[in-house]
Ligand binder design. Structure first.
Ligand SMILES: [Zn+2]
Length: 162
């Protein structure tokens, strides 16, 4: 599916979401993104990526993102994700290192509901818990899924991502 572009409070948001296929959103002027999808070209320059959860339609391009940043001599990307996913992602990157010959450098940071993340001065992202049901089963498939909002916003209103 082609990427869409919308303007929200003068913030440009590019992205695509097709359940089970690919989901990502990026805010180029702020240098942040939410999820990887299959890591489209416009995601590679983004320095900070917030992962909502581990489903493959949100994570498929994860290793490619870090590998491409290394390939173009960019600083390692920063990935914010549920603490329980940090070690599995490390293992994934190590495995790609064995396959590819070089483990892509990555900066992984825990993303904990209610704990603000200061991306840079004046830009704070607030993770919050959300319920997410697995495809087909309609049962809770994940122990943790995260939404993200701007500081000071009620997660139930305004700009938030999942
Ligand atoms: Zn999902």
């Amino acid at each position: 599916m082609a990427a869409a572009e919308i303007l929200h409070d003068n913030i440009r948001i590019l992205g695509s979401s097709s359940a089970g296929e690919e989901t990502y959103f990026l805010l180029p002027e702020l240098g942040v993104a939410f999820d990887f999808g299959r890591s489209p070209r416009e995601l590679i320059p983004i320095e900070h990526v917030f992962l909502t959860h581990g489903h493959l339609d949100h994570t498929a391009g994860l290793a490619y993102y870090f590998a491409q940043r290394w390939f173009v001599d960019a600083a390692p990307g920063n990935l914010y994700l549920a603490p329980s996913l940090i070690e599995p992602v490390r293992r994934l990157l190590r495995a790609f290192g064995e396959i590819d010959g070089h483990e892509p450098p990555a900066r992984l940071h825990p993303s904990v509901p209610g704990v603000d993340i200061e991306v840079r001065r004046g830009l704070i992202v607030r993770p919050f818990d959300v319920n997410h049901f697995g495809p087909r089963t309609q049962r809770a498939a994940l122990s943790q899924a995260l939404g993200y909002g701007q500081k000071g916003q009620d997660p139930a209103a305004g700009m938030h991502f999942f």
